[in-house]
Write a protein that binds this ligand. Structure first.
Ligand code: CMC
Length: 428
């Protein structure tokens, strides 16, 4: 098999090496292209551009494969422990018992926020979008832990990771309490990660919220399934910001902003909005499918389609069965679930969706589960951020540890006006 490709231009030829990954994916190393030829590549949306080499997550979008550090995502279904998965992603192997206990203790010991941060929450209007508060508070968190701006060994990195992973959960719960005018509930050291989050969300000073094991496991799995997805928009943002040597807190705060968008993490909100609109308007699933295929409106079947998966998103499959179980357990009869099932059934056999390889993605069912748990729609993407944080940290670390890493600085093809002159105001 060839190990390089040849480019011919203006009578000259240039050789560019091919790079092969452990799963035999191949790419052209064009790092010398501009210095050799003066050319750059143009790839809007970066669908054909590899920004780095990474050993964290493998996706085969055609076959519907997702693996964290080599382990198929399906193997996490019956061992839901988000903390182990977080450690695996960040440090590259499953933690042994001592490492897991140490990390868990660090998470427990870090669940509280500095009391001054509690007052910062008061500065936000109650109408503030929770993703805006979350991003702002992660950057604020950095101000309280500036000794962790420089992370030059794994001990410090583990401490920073534990602080972030533990405190984002408190930030998320306090955000919910702030926008709903509820008293803040502090973490309970006896509870595990997900149960503690639900406790901070839903307990009252006079009443502890009791968390069912099945619900705790479902939340654990939601976090695991969102934990990493290689070079998606928010992770690439974290890497982009981190490439300037910005600290981990600032880089992850930027990741939250990227995740906010409706074409990325915000899609789980859009799925629920779509289902609610269909239900409230008495529209049939058939009619909505027809509308989503037209190009003269902005309507899409939200929760369908993916830049990388051209097959069933394996996470969507897993969440579909969790969704059925959670709704049964909570005895929820949700008409939106019936609409979701019908939309899925119709789309999977519709020529438009089949031809474009549009399948349900992770957001199609996650919102239904969170809604059944009592999580309000405007908090869905915040929960996605809690889940994705270990992935962001893992990518930030991988880039930080890579001696070949450079500041990310893409080029452009300039299309603006050529050389013209300033015209004084009185002559315009
Ligand atoms: N409903 C209807 N048509 C669609 C949809 C959809 N959900 N998704 C893509 N298409 C059509 C699109 O109109 C285009 O048709 P044509 O070739 O006739 O112009 C074709 O499929 C290709 O679409 P694209 O926008 O070029 O594909 P993309 O890879 O750039 O976009 C996507 C991927 C996820 C942004 C898109 O599928 C979408 O908008 N889906 C709905 C939003 C959503 O569920 N987002 C969550 C993504 S998963 C979570 C995450 O990883 O962040």
């Amino acid at each position: 098999m060839a190990d390089s490709i040849q480019l011919s231009l203006d009578g000259k030829t240039y050789q560019y090496p091919l790079v092969t990954g452990t799963e035999h994916e191949r790419g052209i190393d064009i790092s010398r292209l501009r210095s050799d030829t003066g050319l750059i590549t143009l790839d809007p949306g970066y669908g054909n551009t590899g920004s780095c080499q990474s050993a964290i997550t493998y996706i085969d979008g055609d076959k519907g494969i997702l693996r964290y550090r080599g382990i198929p995502i399906e193997e996490f279904a019956n061992h839901p422990n988000f903390i182990e998965v977080a450690w695996l992603l960040i440090f590259g192997r499953l933690p042994n018992k001592a490492e897991k206990d140490r990390f868990s203790d660090r998470l427990t010991g870090n669940a509280h926020l500095h009391e001054a941060m509690k007052h910062t929450f008061e500065g936000f209007p109650i109408t503030a979008p929770p993703m805006a508060i979350t991003s702002a508070m992660i950057n604020t968190l950095g101000c309280f832990h500036s000794e962790l701006y420089s992370l030059n060994d794994e001990v410090l990195l583990e401490e920073a990771a534990a602080r972030l992973i533990s405190k984002i959960r408190t930030i998320a719960a306090f955000t919910y309490r702030r926008v709903n005018g509820l008293p803040y509930i502090y973490a309970d050291p006896k509870l595990r990660y997900c149960a503690n989050f639900l406790h901070m969300m839903f307990s009252m000073p006079y009443q502890q919220h009791l968390v069912d094991q099945e619900i705790e496991d479902a939340l654990n799995l939601i976090f695991i399934l969102h934990a990493d997805h290689e070079q998606n928009c928010s992770t690439s943002t974290v890497r982009m910001v981190g490439s300037s040597k910005a600290n981990l807190f600032a880089s992850c705060a930027a990741g939250v902003c990227a995740l906010w968008g409706p074409l990325h993490g915000g899609a789980n909100v859009e799925v629920l909005d779509m289902l609610e609109k269909i239900h409230a308007g008495g529209m049939t699933a058939e009619k909505y499918i027809e509308l989503s295929k037209k190009k003269d409106n902005n309507i899409r079947l939200m929760g369908f389609g993916h830049r990388v998966y051209k097959n069933y998103d394996p996470r969507a499959k897993m969440l579909q069965s969790v969704c059925e179980r959670v709704l049964k357990k909570l005895n929820v009869k949700d008409p939106l679930l019936d609409i979701a099932r019908k939309l899925e059934e119709l789309a999977l056999k519709d020529e438009y969706f089949v031809a474009r390889k549009l399948y349900p993605n992770v957001d199609f069912y996650s919102g239904m589960i969170m809604r059944a748990m009592g999580i309000p729609t405007n908090m869905f993407t915040v929960l996605f951020a809690i889940g994705r944080l270990p992935g962001w940290i893992a990518h930030w670390k991988e880039q930080h540890d890579d001696p070949a890493s450079k500041i990310a600085r893409p080029r452009q093809i300039y299309t603006g006006p050529v050389d013209r002159h300033y015209v004084p105001l009185d002559q315009r």
